[in-house]
Design a protein around this ligand. Structure first.
Ligand SMILES: *[C@@H]1O[C@H](CO)[C@@H](O)[C@H](O)[C@H]1NC(C)=O
Length: 148
C-alpha cells in the first residue's frame, strides 16, 4: 500500500508540471525577416517554434535583415541549391544573414529565445540567452551601433 501511494504521488507531480509543449507556446518569440535580392525585397513574420514556414517568394536572395532575432544562429534557411551563410551587421546596426550564392529561400524555421536590446543577458549571475540583435556587455544586450 505504501508503494502504491508513492507511485500515485509521483504521477501527481508529473501531471502538475507543465508539459514542454505548453512552455514552448508561452515562450515563442515572433521573428521579423526582410529578404533582399537586388532591388527587390519581401518581409516574412514567423513564430520561433521550430516549424518550417514557406516564403512563397522566389526572388534570388542575397541578404536577409533580422532586426529582432538572432537569425544567423537560431534560424534554418531552406534553399534549392547548396548555400553558405555568413553573419553581418548593416551600417545601421541591423543583424544580417548573407546568402551565397544568391538564390531563392523556400522556407525558414527558427527556434529558441533571444534577449531584446537592453534586456538582461545575465540575471543574478545566470546566463539568460543570446542577444537578438547586439552584444552582451555588463549584463545587458547592447545595440551593435549606438543610437545617435
Ligand atoms: C518590411 O519591414 C520593414 C521593416 O520593418 C518595413 O519598413 C517595411 O514597410 C515592410 N514592408 C512590407 C511590404 O511590409
Amino acid at each position: 500500500m505504501k508503494y502504491l501511494t508513492s507511485i500515485l504521488a509521483i504521477a501527481g507531480l508529473a501531471a502538475a508540471a507543465p508539459t514542454s509543449s505548453q512552455l514552448e507556446e508561452r515562450d515563442v518569440q515572433t521573428v521579423h525577416l526582410i529578404f533582399h535580392g537586388g532591388p527587390a525585397s519581401y518581409n516574412l513574420t514567423l513564430p520561433a517554434d521550430g516549424k518550417v514556414y514557406p516564403t512563397n517568394n522566389n526572388i534570388a536572395v542575397s541578404i536577409i535583415d533580422a532586426p529582432d532575432y538572432n537569425a544567423f544562429q537560431q534560424c534554418t534557411f531552406y534553399t534549392p541549391g547548396p548555400h553558405t551563410l555568413a553573419s553581418s551587421i548593416s551600417p545601421e546596426g541591423v543583424g544580417q544573414v548573407i546568402v551565397g550564392p544568391p538564390q531563392p529561400v523556400t522556407g525558414v524555421s527558427c527556434y529558441g529565445m533571444c534577449v531584446q536590446t537592453y534586456g538582461d543577458c545575465y540575471s543574478q549571475g545566470q546566463y539568460v540567452g543570446p542577444c537578438c540583435n547586439g552584444f552582451c556587455a555588463a549584463n545587458k544586450c547592447r545595440p551593435w551601433v549606438q543610437p545617435t
